[in-house]
Design a protein around this ligand. Structure first.
Ligand code: SF4
Ligand code: SF4
Length: 440
């Protein structure tokens, strides 16, 4: 008897008010309790308790699904502390799809009782600001203006605001003038090799717009016609994981149509430079596999590429300008564990003349950003951020490189507490420099 043919649960039918109602039950049975995932788990590494590791959490969720355990505060706390970083999936020899257990279980938990309370400002921001590109940009405009006028210290008045607002403000790097929106179309330089769509992200476009411009330039220099559709929306990850599934679906439909997969001309690739967004976009085909747009969702997801993955598959034009820098590379969880991409960014960086890549111990351990985790679990996020900063500084590198906006924000915050001059880059920022860069 295979796992898939085993009875769905010892109760045969899971009642709809049980948080495990939507969990594919055979996923629990994939786990053989070997414990090989434990040392890969950031929360197990920090706390050393079985229930704060993948095996213990799977056990907890299965026991609740079977009706052997009631959901109490302890169960919620163990599950809330999980970063959903998926490091346990990379480590697991049995192919346990941990996120396919955790995510529907968490959705069930939210429906069956109050989720972990967040201050209203953060709930409001996560619902009405963060998933919207223009609102993010507008909300940061006053800070950019103060910095431009040399009044950046005025922003320190934020210390008189509530702790929840300060927490969000503290995650921001110093912001200079926003370079503006990318044009809707940027032509290939030289012989055209591909037609691509670039998705610029919501928070990423507000906080690191220069990286989007750099991505577009690098694509052009590698012979790509680049389309930046105005009608693109948030990837939907924040809503999907925050139990606002209907809006996540609305965003998915809009992105699929904006990229030409609903009757238009389909591009050769849909490019993302943010690991978290890319992982979500690649899952549209699976998440929306039973909807009326399932076919277009599958075609869309099959074309999604992280920028490093795309360039290595295309064969990058070798950059020639030296970038003399000793840099360490941090593996963003949703690139390493969510998309199995770890060779490609290193290969790209290795092509940059003058750049020395220094090995980073624990490069695969989560930095504590994990989507909105640094807002929902600030204490553990802070401990992981400090640990990451210590490891990076111990390498003697002058800079750290990571392919995800959340990691860039989190690492910048923690490392600059001790080294204000330390540099933090997206790999494409450095590749763009090596191609000669060029402002918007
Ligand atoms: S997703 Fe990450 S934090 Fe959660 S159990 Fe797996 S390794 Fe641990
Ligand atoms: S999740 Fe995988 S590695 Fe972890 S205990 Fe289960 S089978 Fe072993």
């Amino acid at each position: 008897m295979t796992a898939a043919t085993l009875p769905r649960t010892s109760l045969a039918i899971v009642p709809p008010d049980n948080p495990g109602h939507e969990v594919p039950y055979h996923r629990y049975l994939d786990c053989i309790h070997c414990g090989l995932c434990l040392s890969a788990c950031p929360t197990y590494e920090m706390l050393g308790t079985e229930m704060d590791g993948p095996r213990g959490r799977i056990y907890l969720m299965r026991a609740v699904t079977d009706g052997r355990l009631a959901v109490d505060d302890a169960v919620r706390t163990h599950l809330d502390l999980c970063l959903d970083c998926r490091a346990c999936e990379t480590a697991c020899p049995s192919g346990v799809k941990y996120h396919e257990i955790l995510e529907p279980f968490r959705a069930g938990l939210a429906k069956s009782g109050s989720p972990t309370p967040l201050p209203w400002v953060q709930r409001w921001a996560m619902r009405w600001v963060l998933p919207f590109r223009e609102r993010n940009r507008l909300s940061l405009a006053p800070l950019r203006l103060l910095n431009r006028l040399g009044l950046g210290r005025v922003a320190s008045l934020v210390r008189f605001l509530p702790k929840s607002v300060r927490a969000m403000h503290e995650t921001l790097p110093s912001l200079s003038r926003h370079p503006g929106k990318l044009p809707e179309f940027l032509p290939a330089i030289g012989t055209r090799r591909a037609r691509v769509v670039l998705l610029v992200g919501c928070v990423a476009d507000a906080v690191y717009p220069e990286t989007n411009w750099a991505t577009a330039r690098v694509l052009q220099k590698n012979g790509c016609d680049v389309f930046v559709p105005r009608a693109q929306e948030c990837c939907g990850a924040l809503d999907y994981h925050g139990q606002n599934e209907s809006r996540a679906e609305k965003f998915a439909r809009a992105n699929i149509a904006a990229c030409g997969f609903a009757g238009g001309e389909e591009p050769d690739a849909v490019i993302s430079n943010a690991a978290g967004c890319g992982a979500m976009l690649k899952e549209y085909g699976q998440i929306y596999g039973n909807t009326d747009f399932a076919d277009s969702a599958r075609r869309f997801s099959a074309r999604v590429r992280d920028i490093s993955e795309f360039l290595i598959q295309l064969g990058p034009i070798p950059p020639t300008r030296p970038v003399p820098l000793r840099a360490a590379y941090h593996d963003a969880c949703h690139l390493r564990h969510g998309q199995n991409i770890f060779v490609e960014p290193r290969k790209l960086l290795a092509q940059i003349p003058g750049l020395t890549l220094i090995p980073l111990p624990e490069s695969e351990l989560c930095c504590g950003a994990a989507g909105s985790y640094n807002l929902t679990q600030p204490e553990m996020a802070g401990r992981l951020g400090d640990r990451k900063a210590e490891r990076i500084l111990a390498t003697g590198a002058e800079a750290v490189v990571a392919g995800n906006v959340g990691c860039l924000l989190q690492i910048t915050k923690h490392i600059r507490q001790t080294r204000p001059d330390f540099q933090v880059f997206h790999p494409i920022d450095l590749l763009d420099r090596a191609y000669g860069g060029g402002g918007p």
